[in-house]
Ligand binder design. Sequence first.
Ligand code: UDP
Length: 314
Amino acid sequence: MKRVLVTGGAGFIGSHLCERLLNEGNEVICLDNLFSSSKDKIIPFMQNPRFEFVRQDVTFPYYAEVDEIYNLACPASPVHYQVNPIKTIKTSVMGAINMLGLAKRVNAKVLQASTSEVYGDPEVHPQTEEYWGHVNPIGIRSCYDEGKRCAESLFVNYNLQNKVKIKIIRIFNTYGPRMELNDGRVVSNFIIQALKGEDITIYGDGKQSRSFQYVDDLVGGMIRMMETPNDFTGPVNIGNPIEFTMLELAEQVLELTGSKSKIVYLPLPQDNPTQRQPNIDLAREKLNNWEPKVHLKEGLQKTIAYFEQALKKQ
Ligand code: UDP
């Protein structure tokens, strides 16, 4: 049994990770300030004596004797991380410093949830880990992109300078049950709009692409990354390489929900990446043949079922 700290543990991905770690017999400390998440997602774990919730902001130091740290804390949806951009930068940068400091003190392994956003609006397609990216440092996405890029630099340098055992994963678009109703990202928006019979809002012409990963596949990849030998630090892409346009996604959601919603076109936000697809050769090689298993259709069906229930409870 390991004692594992998950920052952002009450979030969409964090709650799935906490659940998997508990199911595998570990003790889990979930640290979250509930800025873009809610207690609902972790209430089912509260009865478990191996689970502990700490309501705290990751920008403040935290101390606990732990074996492993998964640093997930940061709003990840553009609408949430752009509400308070300074706070977003602080969360990524100070959160990384605090968790790296903790890992150093207690000799824990620490995994950083980095992002495909470090590639910005990529000119190399699909994206390999060697690509340095194409990020606008002063655009509306920079608080997230540059915050996460700085966190990667902090991780690499704590490893080089202080021998902290680090792991960096770059997470590509992920969806699934337990996304917030107000998440604002494309999969949850389209499903909720379709279920409510509201217009499906495509930003731009809908020809921009993303590659959508079901949350269970991601959680499996994260845990495998944590288990790799200490000399493998990453970064490694974790995502589903099957690429779709937003128009294709909207059509799939309409078909699976049987909704009569109309598609409407709204302006494309600034610096919106036109394409995104992970090259996952490195993950396949280093993570014990890990690869995503859940096809978009199956993942969407599960997510639609979740949102049907969530909307009824509203
Ligand atoms: N998008 C859209 N309609 C929405 C929400 C998002 O067309 O209601 C588009 C968005 O402009 C982007 C893509 O879907 O091109 C993915 O957006 P999301 O916010 O999910 O994540 P991103 O990959 O941009 O961080």
